[in-house]
Write a new protein. Structure first.
Length: 192
């Protein structure tokens, strides 16, 4: 500006704002350019985060705040990413639930806790978890319990039951499911 370097601006900001050499600017226009540049930088950072895995809105907010972006910049960035469909907490929650159910055996309580840690609103995570039926969760728990039961070399059945119950609860399975599985496994191993 006036023959001196004032600030660097990304090509996308130049194109979006229609900037050109020799253009006259007011203080307000300069502030608009600075704001647009900061939003472009925040968007680029958010996109790098999203390259690794989908993230919740709250995760992006937290990471951008940590990077030093102001709240107004973060909100503008999030609005643009939501408009592009890149941030959607409902889709994120559904995807997370599906991924966790197909991977290592975990129950609804554990998935719910994980989604809360990621900042997914309660109503959104409840809706995503409503798709999980009791049979799917039970089958997942039974498979994990059988493997664990066979691996446990303890001769004392009470110890074996306690260890298995503790394991299943840590994995987020409800106590009713745990009790049912313990009773089934105990009945299977009892001498006829």
């Amino acid at each position: 500006m006036n023959g001196k370097f004032a600030l660097g601006v990304d090509e996308s900001v130049i194109a979006d704002l229609g900037l050109h050499v020799g253009q006259q600017m007011t203080e307000d226009e300069l502030q608009r350019i600075v704001h647009a540049e900061l939003v472009a930088k925040a968007k680029a950072r958010a996109l790098r985060l999203l390259e690794y895995r989908a993230r919740s809105r709250a995760e992006i907010v937290q990471r951008l705040r940590t990077a030093g972006f102001a709240d107004d910049i973060i909100e503008d960035t999030l609005k643009r990413l939501e408009d592009l469909g890149l941030i959607d907490d409902a889709q994120f929650a559904r995807s997370w639930v599906k991924h966790r159910l197909t991977g290592k055996a975990v129950g609804k309580a554990r998935i719910k806790w994980e989604l809360r840690q990621k900042g997914v609103p309660t109503d959104v995570l409840e809706e995503a978890l409503s798709a999980v039926d009791a049979d799917t969760e039970y089958e997942s728990a039974v498979d994990a319990a059988r493997r664990r039961w066979r691996k446990d070399g303890s001769l004392d059945e009470r110890t074996k039951r306690r260890r298995l119950a503790s394991f299943l609860r840590r994995q987020g399975f409800e106590w009713e499911v745990v009790t049912r599985i313990l009773n089934e496994l105990t009945a299977e191993t009892e001498p006829q």
